[in-house]
Design a protein around this ligand. Structure first.
Ligand SMILES: C[S@@+](CC[C@H](N)C(=O)[O-])C[C@H]1O[C@@H](n2cnc3c(N)ncnc32)[C@H](O)[C@@H]1O
Length: 227
């Protein structure tokens, strides 16, 4: 798994051990792939910033296998509380297993985005690798006959932005006055427009990592407020 991550000579964020998961788990939960690894690489570039910032409460929305929030929880140790959410109940279970298998603690709760959290202006660091693929709105909302939640991992609706936009609409209320927010996007999501939406809530955004994967230009955006 390390082999697909970028090579860096600076401080590393360790890819969590996922050997407790097998193919049957990945029939139910998003298997980490290029977007997840680009996300880890982007966080790795920012480790010094994150270390100096010392976030008290971190939230990952859509944690899937738990690979990202576990890496963060391991890096931050017990000085930070890491919460995660996912709409997919198997993802919540898997996130707990991944954290435990890596001697870390993440509290993962099943919900839509952050809808059950009442944490106004308390999240210091937010992470989201959303379902960003352009699909019809119908495809996004249609429940699968087999009860699978997997399509929720990638189907993003119009512009691939329907799920992301619902979070962006109130992210300014969720995040602390001094905060960081990392978001995975593709070109079709219109990163420039996202920057403008975020600017209205006082965030300065920029792309901190990009990679072309097959036909997709994947990027990680970082937003800062109060710096
Ligand atoms: C692209 S996957 C990313 C998984 C993991 N964070 C990673 O990087 O490997 C998106 C995740 O978001 C979850 N998700 C989709 N829509 C959601 C929603 N409305 N609320 C919470 N989680 C959602 C999916 O179930 C999936 O686990």
């Amino acid at each position: 798994m390390e082999a697909v991550r970028g090579i860096s000579d600076q401080e590393l964020i360790e890819t969590p051990d996922l050997s407790h998961l097998d193919a049957a788990d990945y029939d139910k939960v998003y298997e980490p792939r290029e977007d997840s690894f680009l996300f880890l690489d982007a966080l790795e570039k920012d480790l010094n910033l994150i270390r100096l910032f010392k976030p008290s409460i971190c939230l990952e929305v859509g944690s899937g296998s738990g690979v990202i929030c576990t890496a963060l929880a391991r890096f931050l140790g017990s000085s930070s509380y890491v919460i995660a959410t996912d709409l997919n109940p198997f993802a919540c279970q898997t996130t707990h297993q991944t954290a435990e298998a890596n001697n870390s603690f993440v509290s993962c709760i099943q919900m839509d985005l952050d809808s059950m959290l009442r944490m106004n202006n308390t999240i210091d660091l937010l992470l989201f690798n959303p379902p960003y693929v352009v699909t019809t709105s119908k495809e996004l909302r249609q429940p699968r006959e087999d009860g699978s939640f997997l399509h929720l991992a990638w189907a993003g609706g119009v512009k691939g932005r329907e799920v992301t936009d619902r979070l962006l609409s109130h992210v300014g209320q969720l995040l602390s006055h001094r905060s960081l927010f990392y978001l995975v996007v593709i070109k079709e999501n219109d990163p420039e427009e996202i920057c403008n939406v975020m600017a209205c809530q006082g965030f300065k955004g920029e792309i901190i990592a990009s990679r072309k994967v097959r036909n997709e230009l994947l990027s990680v955006m970082r937003f800062k407020r109060g710096w």
